[in-house]
Every structure is written in structure tokens, then in C-alpha cells.
Design a binder for this molecule. Structure first.
Ligand SMILES: *Cc1c(COP(=O)(O)O)cnc(C)c1O
Length: 346
């Protein structure tokens, strides 16, 4: 049986959260002499600490309750707060699969939480046999599941994620940073079915707002209440909230961009197939493609010399580079340089 109360760190359970001025009086009309703000200006007032307008827009877009949404200063905050709420530093563990997103490592290390990393199989899927012993280990509090996975690009099998959700006594965070590029059903639609599920999404990729820093967590109200308890009072600036709202109001534009990016990705894959330097193209549900090439370090350096910057992932997966889909012009240039590359490197 899943028992949320028992999972929460004792100090977080006992915590009396900070009560900000805008939390104690949430109305928008009146003479505000409560928060020591400068009465002049346009950005002079503290933002809504609960980002209710943005949550309202997301709630109707996703078909969930506003109470089941947390907005973070990027997904980084969604990840960090989960570690802080559930993992006792120095004693508890988190778990993920390898290769995957590097922030799970860094954020765990900052919180003095050991991250157990289980290798994915040869098709970059979860090996349920190797995870099984950890699912009942009381020191493992969190599992990070990045689907579509960065840097491999594939989605994990829904049946495997379901297995984790149904057999793990802790929290499963499904990181859907790239879900907008995938045809797989989002796990946001299933938060009602799983009390231990957190789904993390972001405005940084498909919504084109990496500079704004807006991440979103969807989960049952009980978990969101914990997030609200520990988050910094005004964690999402007024500017960020407005940028996200504006993007949501232009949804059609982003859907068209996503279509264009997906189309360009297919074109790129077709062309990559013709390149001698490319040894393997991994299937991608995201806006990037992982390639195995003859010599990743040499290819990476050659591309840099031609002012094309890709991600060298050879330390994670031998001779692999990760290439983000750009504009048609950018992709064309990439292909020209990659074509010349073979003759120039040894
Ligand atoms: C890019 C990315 C994010 C986004 O992080 P933000 O802090 O929201 O910009 C989250 N998870 C994964 C796996 C990513 O690749």
C-alpha cells in the first residue's frame, strides 16, 4: 500500500511554511500597504505566489484541477523539491536509469542523496528485473523516469512505467520535457489513477521559453500541497508567468512549430541514413536525434570548427552525438558539414 504520509521527511511534515503577504491577502483590489513594496512602477508588486491565472490556463488545456498543478522555476525546481520533500539527506536514495538526464545526478548530489543508476537495455528500455529489488527497498524514495528519454530520444514502454507505478512504494516522477513531440499518451491523464505519480513538463522545449524558466508538475493534490509548502514564496516571477500565459494563448502557433520540427526531424533522419560517417540512428520521440558516428570526438570538433554546436555524448554512450532539430536552413548547413566531415577526420 502506498502511504504518502509515511514517505514525507519528518522535518518537512513538521514544517510551518512561510506565510507571505500575498498569501495572507490574495485579493487584487485595494490599497496595498502590506508587503513593503515601492508604490510606483509596473513590476513593483510581488507576483501571485500560487500563479492562479497560469494554473487556470493549464488546467483547462490539460483537463486537470488547478489544485493538481505546481509551477516551478524550470523543471529543475520540480526535481529539487521532490528530493527535498521525500529524501532524508545522507540516508535515503533515489533511482534512475542510465543514460538519462544529468540533472537527476546533480540535484541528488546537492541534496546529499545517493542516486542509483540502472543501465537501460540495448534498445534503451527499462530492465524490470534489475529494478525489482529496489521497488520494496524502504530507503529508495524516488524514481526518475525520463520519457521520452534524454539523450536517447525514445519513450519507455507504457507497461513498464505502469509496473513501476503499481509496485513501487515511493514516488515515480515521469519527466515529460519532450512529450509534446511524441505521439505517446501523456501520463498527466493518469495522475488520478496513481497517488504516487508526479508528471514533470516544461515550457523550455516545445513552448519555446527556455529563457523564461517555467516548469510544471502535475500530481494529486496531496503531493502538490507538499510542493506548495516547501517552495520559495514567490518562486515564479511575474515576467515568467506572463510569458507562459502568452505562449498558451498562441497555442496554434506552437502546434505548427512542433509539426514543422517533427517533419524536419524525419528529413534529417532520411539524410543521416545516407551519410557514411553515421553508424546508427536511434529512434526519436523528441526534438533531437542520437547518432552513433565513426569518431564522436572528431566529429564534434569538426562541427565546432564550422560553428555548429551539437552535444557530444560519447562519455555516456560510445561515439554518440545528440543533435537538436533546427530550422530547415540550419539543418541544411549541418548536413553539408557532416557530408564533408568524413574526408577531413581520420
Ligand atoms: C530540457 C529538459 C528539461 C527542462 O528543464 P527546465 O529546467 O524546465 O528548462 C527537463 N528534463 C529533461 C530531461 C530535459 O532534457
Amino acid at each position: 500500500m502506498f502511504d504518502l504520509e509515511q514517505l514525507i521527511r519528518p522535518n518537512i511534515k513538521a514544517l510551518k511554511p512561510y506565510s507571505s503577504a500575498r498569501k495572507e491577502y490574495a485579493g487584487s483590489e485595494g490599497i496595498f500597504l502590506d508587503a513593503n513594496e515601492n508604490p510606483y512602477g509596473t513590476l513593483n508588486r510581488y507576483p501571485d505566489p500560487l500563479q492562479r491565472e497560469l494554473k487556470g490556463a493549464l488546467a483547462s488545456l490539460k483537463g486537470v484541477s488547478e489544485n493538481d498543478i505546481f509551477i516551478g522555476n524550470g523543471s529543475d525546481e520540480v526535481i529539487d523539491l521532490a528530493l527535498r520533500i521525500f529524501c532524508n539527506p545522507g540516508t535515503d536514495n533515489a533511482l534512475t536509469f542510465s543514460p538519462s538526464y544529468g540533472m537527476y545526478d546533480v540535484s541528488s548530489a546537492i541534496n546529499d542523496v545517493e542516486l542509483i543508476k540502472l543501465p537501460l537495455n540495448e534498445t534503451f528500455q527499462i530492465n524490470l528485473e534489475t529494478v525489482s529489488p529496489y521497488l520494496t527497498d524502504p530507503t529508495v524514495k524516488l524514481i526518475f523516469v525520463c520519457s521520452p528519454n534524454n539523450p536517447t530520444g525514445n519513450c519507455f514502454l507504457a507497461a513498464d512505467i505502469k509496473y513501476l507505478l503499481e509496485h513501487f512504494k515511493g514516488i515515480v516522477i515521469v519527466d515529460e520535457a519532450y512529450a509534446d513531440f511524441s505521439d505517446e499518451e501523456s501520463w498527466v491523464n493518469r495522475i488520478g489513477a496513481y497517488p504516487n505519480l508526479i508528471v514533470s513538463q516544461t515550457f523550455s522545449k516545445a513552448w519555446g521559453l527556455a529563457a523564461a524558466r517555467v516548469g510544471v508538475a502535475y500530481a494529486n493534490t496531496a503531493i502538490i500541497t507538499l510542493y506548495n509548502k516547501v517552495k520559495p514564496p514567490y518562486n515564479v516571477s511575474q515576467l515568467n508567468q506572463e510569458a507562459a500565459l502568452k505562449a498558451l494563448s498562441h497555442r496554434k502557433k506552437y502546434l505548427l512549430q512542433i509539426d514543422r520540427i517533427k517533419e524536419e526531424k524525419q528529413q534529417l533522419i532520411t539524410q543521416f541514413n545516407k551519410l557514411k560517417i553515421v553508424e546508427q540512428i536511434y529512434p526519436s520521440d523528441a526534438n533531437f536525434v542520437l547518432l552513433k558516428v565513426k569518431d564522436a570526438n572528431a566529429v564534434y570538433q569538426y562541427l565546432i570548427q564550422h560553428e555548429i554546436i551539437v552535444r557530444n555524448r560519447t562519455k555516456l554512450i560510445d561515439d554518440c552525438i545528440r543533435i537538436t532539430v533546427g530550422t530547415p536552413e540550419e539543418n541544411k548547413e549541418l548536413l553539408v558539414v557532416l557530408k564533408n566531415c568524413l574526408n577531413k577526420i581520420k
